[in-house]
Design a protein around this ligand. Structure first.
Ligand SMILES: [Zn+2]
Length: 97
């Protein structure tokens, strides 16, 4: 299958798309991995991102080898927030505290 240079229209809403480098976040076994400089196409209307087959393959290979095949470009500190006590909702029954 020949990779097309640019998909013509958004598969979701049939609008035009533009190429861009994006960042994607991948959760694997409870850890967050961030991959930058990912070539993608972004829909002008719904902003959905689509990857070519070779990009999808590269991301899948990274994921399959546990991100051990290349060195991280940099590391970032990610703040983690909690909604505990900020949402009034009864805990689901069957989970007594
Ligand atoms: Zn779209």
């Amino acid at each position: 299958m020949e990779p097309s240079p640019q998909p013509a229209l958004c598969p979701r809403c049939q609008r035009s798309m533009h190429p861009a480098l994006v960042r994607t976040d991948i959760w694997r076994e409870g850890r967050l991995y961030v991959v930058e400089d990912v070539p993608a196409y972004i829909c002008d209307l719904c902003l959905e991102q689509f990857y070519d087959e070779d990009v999808t393959d590269a991301l899948r290979r990274l994921n399959e080898d546990g991100f051990s095949s290349i060195e991280p470009k940099r590391e970032m500190v990610v703040p983690v927030f909690s909604l505990e006590g900020r949402v009034k909702r009864a805990l689901t029954s069957g989970r007594p505290e």
